[in-house]
Write a protein of this length. Structure first.
Length: 111
């Protein structure tokens, strides 16, 4: 049993000797580069998600503001509200139908 353990240790030592490590340096550097790219991608995705959520929040706030202003404009453009708004200026709503003015000289030119 002891011989088998010693044999396993020697196999590991053969596998991780100096020459094997030096031989695989390009692969180790490649793996390290992949790890850096993986970490960068995770940070970039988190940053992008935060930016998207803040943009969505701003859009919702602007939609609420648009709807409230639109309803206010519709309310103020009603005839009764418009009459109340121009009353301080001395303008009043007509109680009789407007008179039509006809240019008699234009009628003579047509004949």
């Amino acid at each position: 049993m002891q011989d088998q353990q010693d044999n396993n240790r020697q196999d590991w030592k053969k596998l991780f000797n100096y020459r094997m490590i030096v031989k695989n340096i390009p692969f180790i550097i490649f793996l390290a580069g992949l790890a850096v790219l993986y970490i960068y991608n995770g940070h970039y995705a988190d940053k992008l998600i935060r930016k998207i959520s803040s943009t969505e929040k701003n859009i919702k706030e602007l939609q609420y503001e648009y709807k409230s202003i639109k309803s206010e404009v519709i309310f103020r453009s009603k005839a009764s509200e418009l009459a109340k708004a121009v009353e301080p200026m001395g303008l009043k709503e007509l109680r009789v139908a407007p008179m039509v003015i006809v240019d008699s000289s234009a009628k003579k030119k047509e004949d």
